[in-house]
Design a protein around this ligand. Structure first.
Ligand code: ATP
Ligand code: MG
Length: 464
């Protein structure tokens, strides 16, 4: 993008000025030497016309003054015509022509310079905008006609994949129909629309952009194209979400304390009393089986309350050297103890690093991930676990061959109480994320188009 004046422009000016000087000298020589007639002075007009190309604004004035002086000198020196009336009249007329030409040339040059400047200003403004923002231009139907480098970078599509395509290509499906309708109504009516939009990149990741869409209007006031200027606000959105989550967690923590006090203790009391009553009933009595059933239900209720407590008031991890592969093997054995998942085969392969972590907390996390994988893929299925250690980070990838997670659910699975299962609490993944983050690790899901799900947990080998 041109931000400076090209050096060739100055070089051109010098050549044009030289041509003007040589041209004037030539006309003067013809005028005084050759008997070509007094009309030859009209050729000075060409010298003045050069002003259309010279960028020096005073050129037409100085050229006209020089030409006037030369014409007068010519009239005085010239052997024929200098002393005739016709000669003087012709030269006077020529000079009028030269000055009118100079005036017109000066006017044109001024307009040309103003135009040049505004074209350059526009190019510079475009350059500045491209440096600062994500810019796209679409036609009225939303077909993309222009994207800048930042747009290409954030959307992860190539320019070729974007141009000519419908803007809906980057739609994330997050916003409601009314939201989108309001956007189109606003810009379709020629008004500027501002808002925050979540878009989808080519690799399926989402990004948030603060967006201003400006309609460009034709002479009838109808939009003929739209320019969208955006800023990446993904980081801000994420931290806002975290803040909201933390606030919700704080409230949940308070609630959990109440639950612990008001529910857990009476539950333990009821359970104890029932066991006493059950113990007194004859072994073969039907009532004893019923009491046993009630106790089992109380146990699962207690488990839910326990899950809630773990989630809402997690304790600080107690870090100690932990052989990760062994922990995963033990967890797989634990999973298979459950008759429902006895048929699941868990293959663990890869490195066998020892990391600094809280064994009990990580076992809860991996048991839930194994359970999710087993529950997603049915009774007798394959779960593959790959462990890799590189650059001080340990990566555990758990892959199942289940149906995967539907796209519209993917960003909800970490929400507390989000579950698609009949008897799930929806606390497994949010708890897992809290634990992993307290270990300064990450947890991510990927669902390849071929089906199945891979959860990847990364953990630092040494505690931070
Ligand atoms: N491997 C997977 N394949 C398909 N869907 C999954 C997988 N893992 C998690 N999910 C989806 O994510 C949801 C939330 O999982 P999460 O572990 O938080 O809760 P849950 O398993 O439903 O209940 P809980 O673990 O508390 O008993 C699940 O209900 C399921 O829809
Ligand atoms: Mg679960």
């Amino acid at each position: 993008m041109p931000m400076t004046t090209a050096p060739t422009a100055r070089w051109n000016d010098r050549r044009l000025l030289l041509t003007a000087v040589l041209g004037s000298v030539a006309v003067f020589a013809f005028d005084v030497q050759l008997p070509l007639g007094i009309a030859v002075t009209a050729l000075y007009g060409l010298v003045v016309l050069l002003g259309l190309f010279v960028r020096w604004p005073k050129y037409p004035l100085w050229a006209s003054i020089a030409v006037t002086l030369l014409t007068v000198a010519g009239a005085l020196i010239s052997p024929e015509g200098g002393d005739t009336r016709l000669g003087f009249e012709n030269r006077a007329l020529t000079l009028v022509g030269v000055w009118v030409t100079a005036w017109l040339v000066a006017g044109y040059a001024r307009v040309g310079r103003a135009l040049d400047r505004s074209v350059k200003d526009l190019a510079d403004t475009n350059f500045a905008l491209d440096q600062a923002a994500i810019v796209a231009v679409t036609d009225v139907k939303g077909r993309i006609n222009y994207v800048n480098d930042k747009f290409v970078e954030i959307s992860k599509y190539s320019r070729g994949e974007l141009l000519g395509r419908d803007h809906r290509l980057i739609n994330s499906g997050y916003h409601s129909k009314e939201f989108i309708r309001n956007l189109w109504q606003t810009i379709g009516g020629g008004r500027i629309w501002r808002g925050e939009i979540r878009n989808r990149a080519k690799d399926g990741t989402y990004y948030w952009v603060d967006t201003t869409i400006v309609p460009f209007l034709d002479e009838r006031g109808q939009p003929y194209q739209y320019m969208a200027i955006r800023y990446d606000i993904t980081e801000r959105k994420l931290s806002e979400e975290r803040l909201r989550e933390q606030a919700a967690l704080a409230r949940l923590g308070e609630m959990a304390a109440v639950v612990a006090h008001e529910v857990k203790n009476p539950l333990a009391g009821i359970r104890g009393a029932l066991q006493v009553i059950g113990g007194r009933l004859p072994a073969a009595s039907r009532d004893r089986a019923i009491v046993g059933d009630i106790v089992a239900r109380l146990d699962s209720l207690n488990e839910i309350v326990h899950d809630l407590l773990v989630f809402a008031r997690p304790r600080e991890p107690k870090l100690a050297p932990l052989p990760l592969a062994t922990l995963l093997e033990d967890t797989a054995a634990l999973l298979k103890k459950d008759p429902e998942h006895a048929g699941v085969s868990v293959t663990i392969e890869g490195d066998r690093p020892v990391i600094q972590a809280d064994a009990e907390q990580l076992q809860t996390v991996f048991l839930n991930l194994f359970l999710n994988a087993a529950q997603a893929s049915g009774t007798s299925s394959d779960v593959r676990v790959a462990i890799a250690k590189e650059d001080g980070v340990c990566r555990v990838a758990i892959t199942d061959r289940g149906p995967g997670i539907p796209a519209d659910m993917r960003d909800r699975i970490f929400e507390p109480f989000f579950t698609t299962k009949h008897r799930g609490t929806g606390l497994g993944l949010p708890t897992a994320r809290r634990v992993i983050e307290r270990h300064h690790g990450t947890i991510e899901f990927a669902c390849p188009p071929g089906g199945g799900t891979t959860v990847t947990v990364t953990l630092p080998v040494n505690a931070k």
